[in-house]
Design a protein around this ligand. Structure first.
Ligand code: ZN
Length: 410
């Protein structure tokens, strides 16, 4: 019926299996994983708990216990009220009390969960490291491989893509103009293009490579993007990927999309080849956010670049060494004031410089010698100092001139 009509109002009906698949796939993988984990923990607790009779339970919220099912009931057969009741017990017993007391106990023993987390913080790739990648020819357009690595590196760094988003990229995500590269996301962690995202706008980021009139500069990302796209745009599988395997023998790309694992290994590979500390694909996104924070850009602009919706963005707000130094200077001892106070109070023989001569009385000499940490001074100097002290104290003159070499801290 439908095939004879030129314009059809509806698509062919979907099979039940396909609908079920679509619904299942609409739930992000990590959410599914976490739900499964939660259900498993609940069922463990359920089977191990001694009392399963609801009527024997304490009832702090004055619920009508008679209408609730016992704990033997399977999770999927529980009514909402029953589930609600047992979930409260579950959370109280498993998480709050047990976890809390365990954490306190380990903390008292000097261990902290926070310190023990093995997960390492992702670090930004520094300018020096990036420069080294260029100077070693790992980035650049000399070979097909370095070209595709450079495109990957800068898509990650200038648009702050998540590692998993690279594989979803297509040619249509980019528009290359004279002096700029525009990126328009189709799906990401925070934009799935579904019903709930109807009011959200997909992220569009424009990166200006150079001023309009300035066209020749090195390295020019616009030129490199144009070059890469001209080499891959005719490949038959161009609708399946954005990154293609570089040919080992010629300056061209094979009709084989680069898989997600290979993409994820590009940054570790580059760092390793350059002899640097290994960093992961996610470090490019960290670099975007960290560099923008350090340069003092507005939060709104940083969010536009990276697409961060949550406050996770602020984990990348790490100060540079210079910034940390400036902050420390602000709150540390006010050196200029203290120096002027010291100058006004007394004239120091406090820090004798080498070969400096100054007047010293017997009392001062005794005091000075009693404060010396002899363990840090070598034997010859000890012997000489004691001999000179002996001569001094036997001399009749006080306030004589005495030459002390400063031998401490050796
Ligand atoms: Zn440019």
């Amino acid at each position: 019926m439908a095939s004879s009509c030129k314009k059809r109002r509806f698509r062919d009906p979907q099979s039940v299996e396909r609908s079920i698949d679509n619904v299942r796939n609409a739930i992000p993988q990590t959410t599914r994983y976490k739900n499964r984990w939660g259900v498993r923990i609940f069922e463990d607790w359920q089977s191990g708990r001694e009392n399963k009779a609801v009527m024997c339970e304490s009832n702090p919220f004055s619920l009508d216990l008679q209408n609730l099912q016992n704990l033997e009931t399977e999770l999927c057969s529980m009514t909402a009220r029953t589930l609600n009741f047992w979930l409260i017990k579950f959370v109280q017993e498993t998480f709050r009390r047990v976890l809390d007391s365990e954490m306190k106990a380990t903390h008292r023993e000097g261990e902290s969960l926070a310190e023990n987390r093995t997960r390492r913080e992702k670090e930004a790739i520094t300018d020096d490291e990036e420069g080294l990648l260029w100077s070693k020819g790992l980035l650049g357009d000399k070979t097909a491989q370095s070209l595709v690595y450079t495109i990957y590196f800068y898509i990650g760094k200038i648009f702050g893509l998540r590692a998993c988003e690279h594989r979803q990229l297509r040619l249509s995500n980019f528009v290359i103009e004279n002096n700029k590269i525009c990126y328009r996301e189709n799906i990401s962690k925070t934009f799935h293009g579904g019903l709930k995202d109807l009011k959200k706008k997909p992220r569009i980021v424009t990166h200006y490579c150079h001023e309009d009139e300035e066209s020749v500069h090195e390295p020019c990302l616009v030129q490199m993007f144009k070059q890469y796209i001209s080499l891959v745009s005719e490949l038959p599988k161009i609708n399946e990927s954005f990154y293609f395997r570089p040919s080992k023998t010629a300056y061209k790309f094979e009709n084989a999309p680069i898989g997600i694992h290979k993409l994820n290994s590009i940054v570790p590979f580059l760092m390793k080849e350059a002899g640097l500390e290994i960093k992961t694909a996610h470090c490019l996104r960290v670099t975007t956010a960290t560099n923008l924070f350090r340069a003092g850009h507005q939060e709104k602009l940083i969010r536009e670049r990276t697409g961060h919706v949550s406050s996770a963005l602020f984990t990348y707000e790490k100060p540079s060494n210079d910034q940390a130094m400036a902050v420390s200077k602000c709150v540390g001892p006010s050196v200029s004031k203290i120096v002027s106070l010291v100058d006004n109070c007394f004239k120091p023989p406090s820090k004798p410089k080498e070969d400096e001569k100054f007047q010293i009385s017997d009392e001062e000499l005794d005091k000075f010698l009693s404060e010396v940490d002899w363990s840090k001074i070598d034997k010859e100097v000890q012997r000489r100092t004691i001999a000179e002290k002996f001569v001094l104290s036997n001399s009749t003159s006080t306030n004589c001139s005495f030459n002390i070499s400063f031998a401490g801290n050796k």
